[in-house]
Ligand binder design. Structure first.
Ligand code: SME
Length: 169
């Protein structure tokens, strides 16, 4: 993928850390991170969170069109990333079996799991209207951004959402 889409992740990591500084609330931080990424990432049509709750993924703060509220673990790109405990990059969503089309403009997608003490408590999902939008640099950058989010946020607030699931090896 062309690097023309790639933001300056070092700057973006610093910007996110500054944005979340002093705020520990998970909803506040997820909402602000979604808004920041929607502003800073080129060619994306949906950015947001799903959190594990009662054994499935429930939509959290996001930017974009209204989305499916619930996704079963192991289903779609989000449920697959949550079940694996690993980032999933899908260059062409039409070629991903079981992709859940919340926004029919989406052509490619990346989902980064939120892993706390070895357990998945949610995912960050980013969709693009372009095929093959997400490079290895985006994968690295978004994983680093998720790490900043998890360090800044009171993740004990995520416990009521569910114990999470052990990542598959
Ligand atoms: N496409 C996702 C569903 C969530 S939306 O893209 C916001 C999936 O297949 O899990």
């Amino acid at each position: 993928m062309s690097t023309s889409h790639t933001p300056d992740y070092s700057a973006l990591l610093a910007e996110l850390a500054a944005l979340l500084d002093g705020q520990r609330d998970v909803i506040a931080n997820a909402a602000n991170m979604s808004a920041l990424l929607r502003e800073r990432l080129a060619d994306v049509n949906w950015v947001g969170f799903y959190f594990v709750r009662t054994g499935e993924l429930i939509v959290g703060p996001f930017q974009g069109r209204p989305a499916c509220a619930r996704i079963a673990l192991g289903q779609g790109v989000c449920g697959t990333a949550a079940a694996r405990g690993r980032t999933v990059v899908v260059p062409d969503v039409h070629a991903f079996p079981g992709h859940i089309a919340c926004d029919d403009r989406s052509r490619s997608e990346i989902v980064v799991p939120l892993v706390v003490q070895g357990r998945v408590v949610g995912v960050l999902d980013v969709d693009s209207p372009l095929r093959d939008r997400f490079s290895q640099q985006d994968c690295w950058g978004l994983e680093q951004l998720v790490s900043v989010f998890l360090r800044a946020t009171d993740v004990t607030q995520l416990e009521p959402i569910g114990p999470g699931i052990a990542p598959q090896e």
